[in-house]
Design a protein around this ligand. Sequence first.
Ligand SMILES: Cc1ncc(COP(=O)(O)O)c(C=O)c1O
Length: 476
Amino acid sequence: MDSLFNQLVMSCANTLPMHMPGHKRNTTLAPYLKKLAADIDITEILGFDHLHAPGGILRDGMDRAARVFHAEHSFFLVGGSSLGMLASIRAATRPGDAILMARNCHLSVYNAIALNHLKPVYIYPEVNEDYQINASISAEALEEAIISRRDAKVLVLTNPTYEGVLSDLTAIIDMAHQYGLTVIVDEAHGAHLGLSPLFPSGAVRAGADIVVQSLHKTMPSLTQTALAHVRSAPLAQEMQRQLSVFETTSPSFLLLASIDSCVKLIQDEGDRLFAAWAEALGAFDRMVGQLQVLRVLGYGQERGSTLPHVWGLEPSKLYISTLSADLNGQELASLLRRSYHIEPEMIAPQGVLAMTGMGDTVHTLTRLGKALVEIDREQSPVKQPKASFTVPRARSVMPMQTAERAPYQLVPVEEAAERIIAERLIVYPPGVPVLVPGEEISPQVVRYVMASMAADNTILHSRSEQADLIAVLRDA
Ligand SMILES: Cc1ncc(COP(=O)(O)O)c(C=O)c1O
């Protein structure tokens, strides 16, 4: 079976493109195209199959992905996990259904709920106060939600979280199935799970009905590339239909070839590549054992500790806490950036997330480790415990869809306490809504948003165009 990438290279070198895209591989006309790999940039033409009705080379590639990822049916996605979540929730629900979902789900899940007029019941993850992060979803919290809403059809969870926290998926999925729920797992940050004994097992093996994974987040593949894995044939058929609703009819074959090649690489050389990644993480681990005030979740001196409310951790995420140090996440990030030319993935007041991927090496991770050791040496321990900075729990007073369409006004964030929010408020990254329409803006939320702004996090509103103005219901 030839790879999509090889076929692209051969075909594009030998044919005159009288088809899209309009750049026609003319790098003299537009020199930037050379760097953008325009010489093999095509969309669907004869011989290259159809993403929305795969029966040729794309079908072969998706079947290979299913074998490699131990799935029944796999789909190539060129719109990231965001697309996968939209399509999978539409595939598994009917308009108006009740849906159980972890409150720390990504924005795309909330978009799916709004589009399909679903009635969400939120399951709050536990909070780990040592690191001030969202911890695992407990089976008890799930059972409570199930009992409160017996007509719910679907459960949606994020596993692992942005910071690498895992929940006990096997127990959760078994329980959800006993109650007849379809389980969708947002494994955007875990495309590397379940493929090697050196990394934790993932949602496919735990029996989830649909699993969505961003290849681009942790694996060697271009941005926007993702996979969805579906267990049953009828659900897979519906998933195909829903992907056609949300996904472009001109898929980039650069992206599709990237997915196909990445899957093939894992198939052919996965053992070696996972071992090299684990070795690089091991080298980092040995270095950060020396840290005095900075702490890395699951690494160094923290290794082996049993963290309250954390069922498990996956090792690719390096969450560096500044809670015990006399500097904040913003200051740590700017030291890493200015003095070491290291750009972190996410910055919060209480820490910084460094994301590793299969492309990291002993060299890159010891460079990060050395920077942290040097920075740590210059820091003093914090004099008094820092204020808690976890996303406050929200109280819903009105259905999201009703509040979203009600008259609203814009008010400064610091004056918004006790009002009802009329928009989605997101601190980015990671894109988990702090509040959705119809929820009360508590004083804790105001403090959280102000601190996030001070830390230079992007504040996304769905209505207000200014970070410091917030849309609230006019008559409430
Ligand atoms: C938990 C989670 N799910 C889904 C997404 C969306 O993934 P993508 O960027 O591949 O669309 C993200 C993005 O950060 C995420 O963190």
